[in-house]
Design a protein around this ligand. Sequence first.
Ligand SMILES: *Cc1c(COP(=O)(O)O)cnc(C)c1O
Length: 355
Amino acid sequence: MSFLNQKYKEIKTYTPGEQPSGFSYLKLNTNESPYPPAPSVIEAVSREVIADLRLYPDPDCNVLRTKLAALYGVSKENIFLANGSDDILNFAFMAFGEGRALFPEISYGFYEVFANLHGVSYTKFPLKEDFSIDYRLFCGREGLVVIANPNAPTGIALSVNEIEEIVKSNPENVVLIDEAYVDFGAESCFPLINRYENLLVVQTFSKSRSMAGARLGFAIGSKALISDLEKIKYSTNPYNINRMTLAAGEATVDENDYYMENCRKIIEAREYTVSRLSSLGFHVLPSTCNFIFAKTDSMIGADLYRKLKENGILVRHFDREKIQDYNRITIGTKEQMERFTKVIETIIGGKDENK
Ligand SMILES: *Cc1c(COP(=O)(O)O)cnc(C)c1O
């Protein structure tokens, strides 16, 4: 017996990475930050804030929007906030997916899930041989264009010029650029919103700002696009960001330097990991993210995933055509990545020429 509406019966859900409880793994599987929130952020979620939980939060998120607007040099009306960037992606498919949607064949799995959920027909464009996005495929199209930049799980970024070509050549459609990982070495295209009304840039507090557990994402776009998203939000759940998350988010924006310094450390640990893995014979895609996508000829991807798990380390393996040889490895602290590479060394029994 099923009471589910017919249109949802065949729905394919998103599969989140494992969040194990009990045994403590070195978690390199869901691209969280290895660093805690800044001390002032922890303080900001005060007893007073908790006592005020009896009251609804500000649906307009005035304080946080104003702070973010100042940080990015845009106006408050260019900022939209939601319960994680997944929430924004959901709204965007609802708001702008009427025609159809276009996204890369290998990308963030949620795009296809939201398209299916909202009955949006879609086309997936293949990546180039080297796993980069062929931006030309997305130029002059019809439908909502959705691109993760840098792309996940490959880690490879398009340039702002290439993004601009896509945006410029699609004046009739919304182009959504998902910049979840942009703080780890790529360039944000948000300044283009001043010239292109159809560009929506989506970012998150989950990766570079150590707040995956609080659920906070934001979009930067023209006032017209932001007000369209507000329409959907005020028709579904105006209170989608709770008081504790708002307080933490506000304090986080005030501590921008702390978070950018963490990103710098993660980039350093990434370079270290890439060079160690390369000397162990791994093929690693060029990443500007807090993860790398890597494979070795000495073992299939699923086996490496399993062996790492046996050794207390979780990474992400996608059992999907074209990428099943690879594993996606989140970059932690330098110490964590030293431990990781040591375990890799024992698993593949490889000789490191640099040692
Ligand atoms: C992690 C991730 C998200 C989701 O982020 P939340 O803000 O935690 O919902 C969105 N897009 C991409 C590409 C991601 O990797």
